[in-house]
Design a protein around this ligand. Structure first.
Ligand code: GLP
Length: 358
């Protein structure tokens, strides 16, 4: 887990936007090998979209060969409702950049068959080779996308009933009237997010501080679904100072020191190795032979050790059925078995002496 902390919302958004731009450029997408970007809604990513639009207008980045998948959408409000996530995305991002409308994917919360819509969405993600980078926000209750507390950590795109806390929090977008907030949504699952090659979560403000603390300092827990990122091989959380208020000082200091040491070593941000960033066939190369470029080189050893495989190949779901449990005893040569298994070495030597003298 990487936790990057910036002073305020603006600096946090700028960091995430630059990271996304750097990642797309390093990928060098083409029409046949597009960069696949997962995107969130909410107030947290607004600053990121603003900077991305600025960078596009300044000619620093093109979205020509970028394919997007949004995380979620309300069920039952018209697509052109001002608070639908379709409206949000076109208003705040898509209509300001050169993305092809046919490359934009947002779940249809008015589909005649919602379950079929969700299955088709997962298929569409697979058909483009999976998501390269999933950007996420979180809810105050630690939800990622609309995976509310108690969601299965193996969940996939599905219909979800919203938690009361979420309805209450999102009522600020519906004239502060909880009755106007939809009760259901379509959302990618926790597993869908975990299968992205990289996950970046932006967390801003004191009201997210408890959720961040639960997700960083405590264990993986379905009641705080962002904590599932602990199972991902390449997750990053970018938070502002206010969001860290519930973290222990030593936690904050530790994550800040990681970034400081990295800067001192001459690299700002480790990128996944090039072979991890593409969706082509992963070459069968020995770990140490993998050339792993970074934006600001040199390449630290740790990144090479991440191995050149996409996240989808990590066994994050369950124990593979062909995994045979390793029995330590099977490694011990037969003749010395009784001696080696003696727990107390003194007792062991006494026993040996006794055997010799007997
Ligand atoms: C909604 C979205 C989430 C988002 C959350 C946070 O619940 N489904 O994906 O992370 O809002 O919103 P905000 O950033 O406005 O706090």
């Amino acid at each position: 887990m990487r936790l990057i902390i910036r002073d305020d919302a603006e600096a946090t958004s700028a960091y995430v936007a630059k990271y996304i731009v750097d990642r797309i450029k390093a990928f060098n997408p083409s029409p046949h090998n597009p960069f696949v970007l997962g995107l969130p809604t909410g107030s947290s990513p607004l600053g990121v979209y603003r900077v991305l639009v600025e960078k596009f207008k300044a000619g620093e980045i093109s979205f020509e060969n970028v394919v997007t998948f949004n995380m979620d959408e309300y069920v039952g409000i018209p697509r052109d409702h001002p608070q639908s996530y379709h409206s949000f995305m076109w208003k705040n991002f898509f209509s300001h950049v050169n993305i092809h409308p046919s490359n934009v994917h947002i779940l249809n919360g008015n589909a005649p068959n919602l379950e079929a819509e969700c299955i088709a969405y997962e298929d569409a993600i697979k058909s483009v080779g999976g998501i390269d980078l999933f950007l996420a926000g979180i809810g105050e209750d630690g939800h990622i996308a609309f995976n509310e507390p108690g969601s299965s950590l193996s969940s996939r795109t599905r219909v979800k009933t919203l938690a009361y806390d979420t309805i209450l929090a999102n009522s600020r977008f519906f004239d502060n009237d909880v009755n106007k907030v939809p009760r259901m949504a379509l959302t990618v699952g926790v597993q869908t997010v975990l299968e992205a090659r990289e996950v970046v979560s932006i967390i801003i403000g004191q009201r997210k501080a408890l959720a961040l603390q639960r997700c960083i300092e405590q264990g993986v827990n379905h009641m705080w679904t962002l904590s599932s990122l602990q199972l991902h091989p390449h997750p990053m959380i970018v938070a502002d100072e206010d969001a860290t208020l519930e973290l222990q000082v030593k936690t904050v200091k530790y994550f800040k020191s990681i970034e400081k040491v990295a800067l001192e070593q001459g690299f700002e941000q480790i990128l996944p190795s090039k072979v991890r960033t593409g969706n082509g066939i992963v070459p069968r190369t020995k770990v140490d032979e993998v050339s792993s470029p970074t934006i600001l080189a040199p390449q630290p050893t740790t990144s090479r050790l991440l191995r050149a495989t996409p996240a989808t190949e990590y066994p994050v779901r369950s124990v593979s059925p062909d995994l045979v449990p390793d029995r330590m005893a099977s490694r011990i040569p037969e003749p010395n078995l009784s001696q080696r298994l003696t727990p107390n070495p003194e007792q062991q030597s006494l026993q040996q002496n006794y055997t010799i003298s007997a």
